[in-house]
Design a protein around this ligand. Structure first.
Ligand code: ATP
Ligand code: MG
Length: 689
């Protein structure tokens, strides 16, 4: 076998790739942890490792590969395929096509749970609730118990769900969660306990799993030694990227699948741990080696291949101020004289103009839009930029913001499909029934109550009389449900069936029906790439496609477009040029959290993640004023901003500090001179703060 595929790797990377390969026939290597900073080639090494395992004879169908997003999993599969193709030539396609178990933790969990549903007393037709559906169900239960009408204010549905989720994911008793993270809700402990137990019952009665359940049920399943052995036995190798953002449940699942750690490889960077709000714990990665006996081998990488030296120096400067940190600083051979820029602008409108001008300049200089990204702490920060991009006709795709699936009409169709698959899914039923003329919340509730009592919920609908004012539309509704339920049209034809049923309702409900119809056609396109309705619904719920500038669903892959992304969704990626919006206190660190030390430290790591996405140039933009969207007690308002506290004066020499536009340009715009005087002053002060 040629080792050409290993030649590009440095010696540490190569050691990680070859770990445990070439042992006596049938033997699998022990556990391995690769822990290293951003851009050091962790993901690249993992892809090489998978490819190397395959070319060395591992069965790709017995490799479980878990990454942070479906996009990352697809990218990883492509890379593995490319490397295998180099070594194996035409045989490679056959082998890597079978890399079927690459996905997210949640997605893989859903698939395994369906396979094992019968054994664990679950109906395999279960549907999955996204956060919004879960909040709706939580709200419904809250109403039923009368908690929403309490005199003093009971926590909102969102808070209830967050508390529940945290307790489940961190495997912590409710009172600990309340004391630690939601002290203002401590007085409601008894009611919350009652609420959560009713919520669990409602989910079970309706045959629904929420995000957290996918991990929880999976962990419960593998806590049975026989099932654990059976599931663990399906895989020779289990590999996990971005391990620093897993939680205790995920760690316990891995441990149960591979108790001795045989064939287990995890990869991560503690300095990039940014998901503690989902109960991810940086302890997971630090505790990994000692969880096994003998303990896991540890490989660290210290050369960064991504960024130029000045960018890396600035990122290292920021993370060096962290109170706790384990991986050491990186070095790079990529020299450059361009320091990252700290750009002072007047407000968010100027920030948007600055970014657009620079992006276009870069494009003229040969950098495609796709090689550039604009990052932000919170999804709504990109609002003014989206307006400017649209005005200037620049296509963009937004990751981590409003999703294609959040639009009402797409949700309607999905609710219909979900309700057909699982007629006990109350949230789906409630939504779709109210599309019918003459059916309001009360009628829908009543119908769902009747259905809940019968052994075959759909026959309750088809046998009973239609609600008085719904008439023919109701009969058509029952008919489409029965047809979808029977699956007679097959997949993906049935999604067209669903659309045809829905269209008259769409035109009745929405004025802009024609653009919405285009979205639905797009949805059909997306659907046709999934093997079954079940997989389509599951994977779309877990990891929906991203919103685009033309609001028409997934972008055409051959088009050039600018990337807009929250920092969280930019994890693991890299671009030639990176712009970070609102690099000011209040945005990063965000003032949403309670401001505990741990929260502030996580915000610092977020800034580090953002800065380390850049290969060649990095722009941190600082508007002197920005708009808050009612997050704080004062409601919506403009606030004056100051540079993020994570870049104190001592770090300023690592940046090039500039202002945009230059003062005379502002005057040329014909602004009120008094305003210019005030704004320039603010900008100057900002430069030296
Ligand atoms: P992150 O922490 O951001 O997830 P990472 O450690 O996973 O980063 P990769 O994304 O795997 O890093 O790699 C960063 C860049 O470095 C990629 O462009 C990759 O192709 C390149 N790279 C990695 N290893 C090497 C190598 N040995 N030689 C040349 N380039 C490399
Ligand atoms: Mg990576």
């Amino acid at each position: 076998m040629s080792a050409a595929h290993l030649e590009t790797l440095n010696s540490e990377q190569r050691r990680a790739v070859e770990h445990g390969v070439g042992l006596a026939a049938g033997a699998i290597g022990g556990p391995l942890l690769i822990i290293a900073g951003a851009g050091s080639g962790k993901t690249n090494t993992l892809a090489h490792r998978v490819a190397h395992l395959i070319v060395s004879g591992a069965d790709p169908r017995r490799i479980l590969l878990m990454t942070f997003s479906r996009r990352a999993a697809a990218e990883m599969s492509r890379r593995v395929e490319r490397i295998c193709a180099k070594v194996l030539g035409s045989k490679a396609g056959v082998m890597t096509d079978a890399l079927a178990w690459a996905g997210t933790f949640h997605g893989i969990g859903a698939r395994l749970l369906r396979d094992y549903a019968e054994q664990i007393g679950l109906d395999p037709a279960f549907t999955i609730h996204d956060r919004e559906d879960s909040a709706d169900l939580m709200n419904f239960v809250r109403h039923e118990l009368g908690f929403s009408k309490m005199e003093s204010r009971f926590p909102t549905k969102g808070t209830c769900l967050a508390i529940y989720s945290r307790a489940v994911n961190a495997e912590l008793p409710l009172d600990d969660v309340l004391r630690g993270s939601y002290p203002w809700c401590s007085g409601w402990s008894a009611q919350l306990r009652e609420l959560f137990s009713a919520y669990v019952e409602a989910k079970q009665a309706q045959n629904i799993l929420d995000y957290d359940d996918l991990l929880l049920y999976w962990a419960q399943t593998v806590s049975d030694p026989l099932l654990a052995e059976d599931i663990g036995g399906r895989f020779d190798h289990v590999l996990v990227d971005e391990y620093q953002d897993t939680n205790r449940l995920q760690a316990s699942i891995l441990k149960a699948l591979k108790p001795g750690g045989q064939g287990l490889t995890v990869v991560g960077d503690d300095a990039q741990s940014i998901y503690s709000f989902r109960a991810a714990s940086v302890r997971n990665i630090l505790d990994f080696p000692a969880a096994f006996s003998p303990p896991a081998d540890i490989i660290t990488l210290d050369r960064n291949y991504r960024s130029t030296q000045p960018i890396l120096a600035a990122a290292n400067g920021v993370i060096d101020l962290a109170s706790e940190r384990f991986t050491k600083n990186l070095w790079t051979e990529r020299q450059s004289t361009d320091r990252p820029r700290l750009v002072n602008v007047r407000d968010e409108a100027d920030q948007a103009r600055y970014v657009v001008e620079r992006v276009l300049e870069n494009r003229e200089g040969g950098a495609a839009l796709k090689q550039q990204a604009v990052l932000f702490r919170a999804s709504h920060h990109s609002g003014p930029l989206e307006v400017e991009l649209t005005r200037r006709n620049i296509p963009f795709v937004k990751f981590g913001g409003l999703k294609f699936l959040d639009s009402a009409h797409v949700k309607d169709i999905l609710a219909l499909l979900r309700f057909a698959q699982n007629p006990r899914d109350r949230v789906a039923g409630f939504r779709v029934m109210q599309l019918l003329p003459g059916v309001g919340p009360t009628t829908a509730q009543r119908a769902l109550d009747l259905m809940a009592d019968g052994p075959d919920p759909l026959s309750v609908l088809s046998d009973g009389p239609p609600p008085p004012r719904a008439g023919a539309a109701w009969m058509e509704f029952v008919e489409i449900l029965l047809r979808l339920r029977a699956g007679e049209a097959g997949w993906p034809a049935e999604i067209e069936q669903a659309r045809l049923w829905y269209e008259p309702h769409l035109t009745r409900i929405h004025e802009d029906a024609s653009t919405r119809q285009a979205d639905l056609l797009q949805l059909e396109q997306i659907a046709s790439s999934y093997p079954s309705r079940e997989r389509f619904l599951t994977e779309l719920t877990l990891d929906p496609p991203d919103a685009t500038s033309d609001q028409a669903g997934a972008p055409h892959l051959d088009e050039d477009y600018l990337i807009l992304s929250t920092i969280h969704s930019a994890k693991g990626q890299e671009w030639k040029s990176v712009f970070l919006l609102n690099t000011v206190d209040g945005c990063i660190p965000s003032d949403l959290g309670a401001g505990t030390t741990a929260e502030i430290e996580e915000e610092r790591r977020l800034l580090y993640v953002a800065m380390t996405r850049a290969k060649d140039d990095l722009h941190l933009v600082l508007p002197q004023r920005f708009f808050t969207h009612g997050q704080n007690a004062q409601g919506d308002r403009h606030v004056y901003a100051s540079r993020t506290r994570f870049i104190p004066a001592t770090l300023l020499q690592l940046f090039e500090i500039c202002a945009w536009p230059a003062a005379p340009a502002a005057a040329q715009k014909g602004l009120d001179p008094r305003q210019v005087r005030v704004d320039v002053g603010a900008r100057m002060r900002g430069m030296w703060r």
